[in-house]
Design a protein around this ligand. Structure first.
Ligand code: HPA
Ligand code: ZN
Length: 326
């Protein structure tokens, strides 16, 4: 049995992928050259040597500064296109891709550059690769609720290009309630809602309860420490709520893949699936994440198929489009 070929060949949806987390060092150098930016590192190996993460904070400290090479719509297009080519090789037929506009607008890059570049790559993916690609706008939770609301307003003219909104970055002291009004407005505008509930963060189980009971999200990103509360697990299962888990990312930011939690939820019938999060930084695209989890937990081929089925069940597809996949 060729696990890698099987896992990569499975048609799947990727639902937890930060476009800014797909910036490979080679493209970073190319964009720096094009934009006349001097980088502190001179080689790909020197860039990779900075990928020495022990937790979410140390990851974010490398992730944000790297983005300064992204400036024009063409840059954002090239970034997303490179990811989509990679995704195609790993069996992705549908992608709902996060982007962090405030990581760019906060350093003076117009929102328009970001959205038009990403959108052009998404349209091209449908035409040239047969991948349906959608965008999810993430607010950075360590910025203010006012800035998040202003970003939502800035996005409204592009509503047709944005499927949903999410919440990422540093969860500590930035609970879901801080963004309740922003998410209520986004829901009223017709966006799907998701939020990161990063594992091993203080108060994480309370945040999971809040996103379920107060925000009313359509999905949870990470969130596997819901296993601490069986009543919440039962609620999530009953609602068919999707959990976008990221095993290789977990092994970097928590030093554990959290395979027991992910596979435990899978075997209980909770709608978990596997994703890559920030594949350029964690060295594993989505098919590689299926392989890593399967090796760690001894998944059967049937369980790998169930993960892929869950990816479509948890995707924000219309019933007609979902029926084409499962
Ligand atoms: N958690 C929080 N913020 C992020 C992540 C993540 O997994 N990836 C990129 N930004
Ligand atoms: Zn993430």
């Amino acid at each position: 049995f060729d696990l890698t070929a099987f896992a990569h060949g499975l048609p799947k949806a990727e639902l937890h992928l930060h476009l800014e987390g797909t910036l490979e060092p080679e493209l970073k150098f190319a964009l720096a050259a094009r934009n006349g930016i001097e980088l502190p590192e001179k080689t790909v190996a020197e860039v990779r040597a900075t990928y020495d993460f022990t937790d979410l904070t140390s990851f974010l400290a490398v992730y944000y500064p790297a983005m300064r090479v992204l400036q024009t719509a063409e840059d954002f297009h090239d970034l997303a296109w490179a990811y989509l080519l990679k995704a195609k090789e790993q069996g992705v037929v549908h992608a709902e891709m996060f982007f962090d506009p405030q990581a760019h607008t906060s350093r003076g890059v117009p929102f328009e550059n970001v959205i038009t570049g990403y959108r052009r790559a998404a349209v091209r993916a449908q035409d040239e690769l047969g991948i349906s690609a959608e965008l999810i706008l993430c607010f950075l939770r360590d910025f203010s609720a006012e800035y998040a609301m202003a970003t939502l307003m800035e996005a409204l003219p592009y509503k047709a290009w944005i499927l949903g909104v999410g919440l990422d970055s540093d969860e500590r002291d930035n609970p879901p309630a801080k963004f309740a009004a922003v998410f209520a407005r986004a829901k009223a505008e017709g966006f799907f809602l998701t939020m990161h509930c990063d594992i091993d963060q203080v108060g994480s189980i309370e945040n999971i309860r809040a996103v379920l009971e107060e925000i009313g999200v359509d999905r949870i990103d990470h969130g596997t420490n819901i296993v601490e509360d069986p009543a919440l697990v039962a609620l999530a299962k009953e609602r068919g709520l999707g959990f976008t888990t990221c095993p290789v990312s977990n092994s970097f930011v928590t030093e554990q893949m959290k395979a027991d939690e992910i596979v435990g939820l899978l075997r209980e019938g909770v709608r978990v699936m596997v994703n890559s999060d920030d594949p350029a930084y964690f060295g594993a695209y989505v098919g590689d994440n299926y392989v890593a989890l399967a090796q760690q937990a001894g998944l059967t081929p049937t369980e790998l198929v169930q993960l892929a089925v869950n990816s479509f069940e948890a995707a924000w597809l219309t019933p007609a489009r979902r029926a084409a996949y499962v």
